[in-house]
Design a protein around this ligand. Structure first.
Ligand code: IMP
Ligand code: MG
Length: 179
């Protein structure tokens, strides 16, 4: 798998070091609040597991499964919710976790949908944020790393469902991407 990378952006130690900082920030801000973490599947699974074990607060965890990519590298713009019922977040402080903020379509759609369930607050935490202009600007409250607008895989992120189990994050070799 590692041979399919053009270059490594963040190795495991670098990711874990940044998670220590993010977790400290989140723990300080939520220490007196009822926190519900909602992880967006499947991309945020590994990030979520490593981040939450660094947050020593009582919290609830839920997951949401959405699809927007359909296997390619370009977003379709449409977001499909795979479950009908939303998690019970009435009166809760919600922290949404996702792998990457690209066009922002996914996070925007999820935030709008969750706001119908009367949470006290909703904040957004992403591991990666691509530097680009977005049609609808989205402000993530916590960002692990800012990256250029390139297609990356590993540490939860996939190309056609592969590479999620790479322990580092890297840029996929262009010739492996089918147009
Ligand atoms: P959005 O364009 O911000 O809605 O991003 C939608 C989803 O596309 C993310 O949650 C990822 O699952 C996926 N995605 C966006 N950019 C990349 C990338 O560079 N590598 C792998 N997946 C990506
Ligand atoms: Mg994906």
């Amino acid at each position: 798998m590692q041979n399919d990378l053009e270059r490594v952006l963040f190795d495991e130690a670098t990711i874990h070091g940044r998670l220590d900082e993010l977790a400290a920030e989140i723990s300080a801000e939520y220490h007196d609040r009822e926190l519900t973490v909602i992880a967006i599947l499947n991309g945020s699974l590994i990030f979520m597991a490593d981040l939450l074990r660094r947050i020593p607060l009582p919290l609830k965890l839920d997951c949401l499964s959405v699809a927007s990519y359909h296997g390619g590298v370009e977003t379709s713009g449409e977001v499909f919710f795979r479950q009908v019922a939303l998690p019970d977040i009435e009166g809760r402080h919600v922290l949404l976790l996702d792998d990457i903020l690209d066009s922002g379509g996914t996070i925007t759609a999820i935030r709008e949908k969750l706001s119908t369930a009367a949470p006290r607050s909703v904040r957004i935490c992403v591991l990666l944020q691509k530097k680009k202009t977005r049609r609808r600007p989205v402000d993530a409250d916590y960002v692990g790393f800012e990256i250029e607008d390139e297609f990356v895989v590993g540490y939860g992120l996939d190309y056609m469902e592969r590479y999620r189990n790479l322990s580092c994050i890297g840029v996929l070799r262009k010739e492996l991407i089918t147009p």
